[in-house]
Design a protein around this ligand. Structure first.
Ligand code: ADP
Ligand code: ADP
Length: 224
């Protein structure tokens, strides 16, 4: 099954007396091991798509399917469980906990899930090594470069082995060379784990390196 499907998704916002239609029957399928770039101008609805795909919002029509399971009929508790176990999030700004080391930041989602400390540390070390951060595990976020911080944030996002990674401009505040380096690490991780990724980016060079590129046009998702 696809990791993510949007099925005729609609999203409308109130705007004064009228309404603003952002999605009017949007369809999308992302399969395991696939990295898809979402490129669109500001205000087009990129965050809306990520919030719907991440089960943070409910559509006004249509449905969202994660790993073959339709989310529309599920209650909030089940949606939260799917979000925590099957979806990883990465943002433009890393949101790492400043008082904790890189290792502890990556362990955190696993500890919250109830995993044993040793097991969590082992997996965190493995992920940080994958991100080429083995020499940085004990550093706090403030002691890391921007690119390193984002690589820690990616490791944390996949710590619970989600099937879907949703990223909102993960390299948006990095220089072009660092952006490519961070993407290399993400790409290697996706290829190794069979994760599916939907990545919002304004960087066309990065988008060209992904498997597919989509944008929003008149409320629909189209490839370009
Ligand atoms: P993007 O991420 O592409 O910049 P968004 O998904 O954030 O776009 O927003 C798309 C449009 O929907 C924008 O015009 C925005 O102002 C509007 N919008 C987003 N969220 C809300 C909301 N909760 N209420 C009203 N309008 C909203
Ligand atoms: P937790 O309480 O463990 O953070 P949640 O289900 O509230 O679990 O959130 C899971 C993930 O969803 C969080 O790690 C966060 O990255 C993302 N998230 C939650 N709420 C929002 C939000 N309002 N906007 C963007 N991302 C969010």
């Amino acid at each position: 099954a696809p990791a993510l499907r949007l099925l005729g998704v609609e999203r409308h916002y109130k705007e004064g007396a009228g309404r603003l239609s952002i999605l009017t029957g949007a369809n999308l399928a992302i399969h395991p091991g696939e990295i898809v770039a979402l490129v669109a101008p500001s205000g087009a609805g990129k965050s809306t798509v990520l919030h719907l795909a991440g089960l943070l919002e409910r559509p006004d029509g249509g449905d969202v399917e994660i790993g073959g399971r339709l989310a529309g009929s599920l209650g909030d508790a089940e949606r939260t469980a799917i979000r925590r176990l099957q979806i990883g999030f990465v943002y433009q700004f890393h949101h790492l906990l400043p008082e904790f080391s890189a290792l502890e930041n990556v362990m955190m989602p696993q500890l919250i899930r109830g995993l044993d400390r040793k097991e969590a540390a082992r997996r965190a070390e493995e992920l940080l090594a994958y991100m080429k951060l083995e020499a940085r595990v004990m550093h706090r976020p403030s002691e890391l470069s921007g690119g390193e911080q984002q690589r820690v944030a990616i490791a944390r996002a996949v710590a619970n082995a989600p099937r879907l990674l949703l990223a909102d401009e993960p390299t948006g505040n990095l220089d072009p060379k660092t952006s490519h380096y961070v993407f290399d690490a993400l790409d290697a991780l996706v290829r190794a784990s069979g994760l599916a990724a939907l990545i919002v980016t304004h960087n066309m060079e990065l988008a060209e390196r992904m498997d597919r590129r989509i944008t929003l046009q008149a409320g629909k998702i189209v490839e370009f």
